[in-house]
Design a protein around this ligand. Structure first.
Ligand SMILES: Cc1cc2nc3c(=O)[nH]c(=O)nc-3n(C[C@H](O)[C@H](O)[C@H](O)COP(=O)(O)OP(=O)(O)OC[C@H]3O[C@@H](n4cnc5c(N)ncnc54)[C@H](O)[C@@H]3O)c2cc1C
Length: 489
């Protein structure tokens, strides 16, 4: 055996994992055979170790995938060995990266191998400075920091498989729009390079979880054009919900879209230190290349009479912390809570629907003894020019024409009764937004999906999209080895 690191609770001569498996699980599998094939930098974690527990726990503790063993490949070739071994022994497997994936279909994995990609995290910037080869297990922060040190920026992988929204999309489009090629281990265990000459290239950019394990991507990267960023965070009482979103429509949607360098998000949450009675509306207005946000975007909000307003300035790297999604922030932590979202894409806000969902959210977060008090309603208004510069059929991401990504994020301790209550509540809120939108189809972001939506909602309702994806699935994964994350029908 190579210098393989095992992290085990109790060492035994033979690493046969079966005793703790459920009756539905695979027959005894001798993982020593797999260990012998892997590179010296690979690791295997067995149940009972802290390392194992750490990398099977997830951001949302609802309908989670179950693994009996975690293998950490040290090289792209190791991934080939793991998939081939799993195929030979008919064992299910699932790639893991940042553990933020929360779609409930993941729970269909009841046993098998978790392939934790953390060691595939290199970033190699090409000599011309226009592309970078990025490991399939890179974390957003590590990628941002590595590129920033070289004066570069781009998006990242986990989100990229489902499309990938980010602060730079006004200029460059989605994270997946930057990808030039993928190194991928397919269902048959082959390591293949997929670029624009392959039919699979289109499918990997939006429905990527369905086809393989991406060991690296080559992505366009860009010189940092605007190192400085400004944000203004404006807090409103919930009484003003209709006015706030009428104004957001006016400023950034109906009278022309927001400029490429301006993104706006808003959150609703219950913070009794700001308003002891009801959730607060928190509007983030973010602008690149400035130290204060242009008053064109903020002054009309000031006229609505906010509770308070907080301007800040910094750089691109401050954006995650400013919007509460940095590694240190609550929304990124694994707390043991269930964190389902119920996403819907919208063209514009319907102020009356906003009022209706505010009332539902207020009741859910403030009624006495409620388990949902820590929940969040998210409204993401990214700049859209870069996304909409590409044709609608450019990739498997179906919703380029939609301007807003909206989702309640219900936070609560999981349990059968509360899971059912949350599902009903989240879907009721989404239904109000859907009915108020006038749209004919429910458009959802697969990376935020709850899991009870249809493939048409995840990947677009057009028949040609469904047919194209079904044909790719049949060609590249006919036995459904990659069908735990929002599977194509
Ligand atoms: C706090 C927070 C912030 C977020 N911010 C954003 C954001 O700014 N923009 C955005 O678009 N989305 C965002 N998301 C959503 C995010 O895109 C999805 O949750 C995504 O699935 C996370 O990927 P992951 O690697 O963290 O999760 P994981 O659970 O590790 O992976 C998710 C799925 O992708 C598969 N997968 C991961 N890596 C690979 C690979 N290399 N090859 C093949 N399959 C792979 C896994 O098998 C799994 O099925 C955010 C989510 C959270 C919780």
């Amino acid at each position: 055996m190579a210098q393989l690191k095992w992290v085990v609770a109790a060492l035994s001569a033979c690493f046969t994992v079966a005793a703790s498996l459920s009756p539905s699980s695979a027959p005894n599998v001798n993982y020593t055979e797999l260990a012998q094939q892997l590179s010296s930098s690979a690791s295997i974690y067995l149940p009972g170790s802290d390392a194992f527990d750490d990398v099977v726990s997830r951001w949302s503790n609802l309908s989670v995938p179950v693994a009996n063993i975690v293998v950490v490949p040290g090289t792209e070739e190791d991934v080939v060995k793991i998939v081939t071994f799993a195929n030979e022994h008919s064992v299910p497997f699932l790639a893991a990266n940042g553990f933020h994936g929360s779609v409930t279909t993941l729970g269909k994995m009841t046993h098998g191998i978790e392939i934790y990609l953390s060691q595939l995290s290199t970033v190699e910037i090409a000599q011309d400075g226009k592309t970078a080869k990025i490991g399939g297990g890179i974390r957003a922060k590590n990628l941002t920091d590595a590129l920033w040190a070289a004066g570069k920026q781009t998006g990242y992988l986990g989100p990229g498989l489902g499309g990938g929204h980010g602060w730079l999309q006004g200029h460059h489009g989605l994270v997946s729009d930057q990808y030039l090629s993928f190194n991928i281990v397919l269902a048959n265990g082959s390591l293949t390079m997929i670029d624009e000459t392959s039919d699979l290239f289109w499918g990997l950019k939006g429905a990527g979880h369905n086809f393989g394990i991406v060991t690296s991507v080559t992505s366009k990267v860009y010189d940092v054009q605007y190192p400085n960023y400004a944000i203004e965070t404006i807090f409103f009482s919930g009484d003003k919900v209709e006015e706030v979103y009428e104004l957001a429509n006016e400023l950034w949607i109906t009278n022309g879209t927001s400029p490429e360098g301006v993104n706006n998000w808003s959150y609703w949450y219950f913070d009794p230190t700001i308003d002891p009675e009801k959730p607060v509306i928190v509007m983030y207005i973010i602008q690149e290349g400035r130290d204060t946000v242009d008053p064109v975007h903020t002054a009309p909000f000031h006229q609505l009479g906010p509770i308070m307003s907080q301007p800040k300035s910094g750089t691109y790297r401050d954006l995650a912390a400013w919007t509460g999604i940095s590694l240190a922030d609550g929304p990124c932590q694994k707390t043991g809570n269930a964190n389902p979202r119920f996403p819907i894409y919208l063209k514009a806000y319907n102020p009356q629907s906003q009022k209706q969902i505010y009332e539902l959210f207020r009741e859910a977060t403030t009624s006495p003894g409620t388990p949902f008090a820590g929940s969040l309603f998210m409204f993401e208004g990214y700049a859209m020019q870069g996304v909409q510069a590409l044709a609608d059929d450019a990739s498997a991401f179906a919703y380029r024409a939609d301007n807003l990504l909206v989702a309640p994020l219900l936070v609560y301790p999981p349990g059968e009764a509360l899971n059912a209550e949350a599902r009903a509540l989240g879907n009721r809120m989404r239904q109000v937004l859907f009915e108020g939108s006038g749209q004919a189809t429910l458009n959802t972001y697969v990376n935020y999906a709850y899991g009870d939506e249809t493939p048409a909602a995840w990947y677009g309702g057009d028949a040609w999209r469904q047919e194209r994806l079904a044909a790719l699935k049949k060609k590249y994964d006919s036995t459904g080895r990659f069908s735990f994350y929002a599977p194509i029908a």
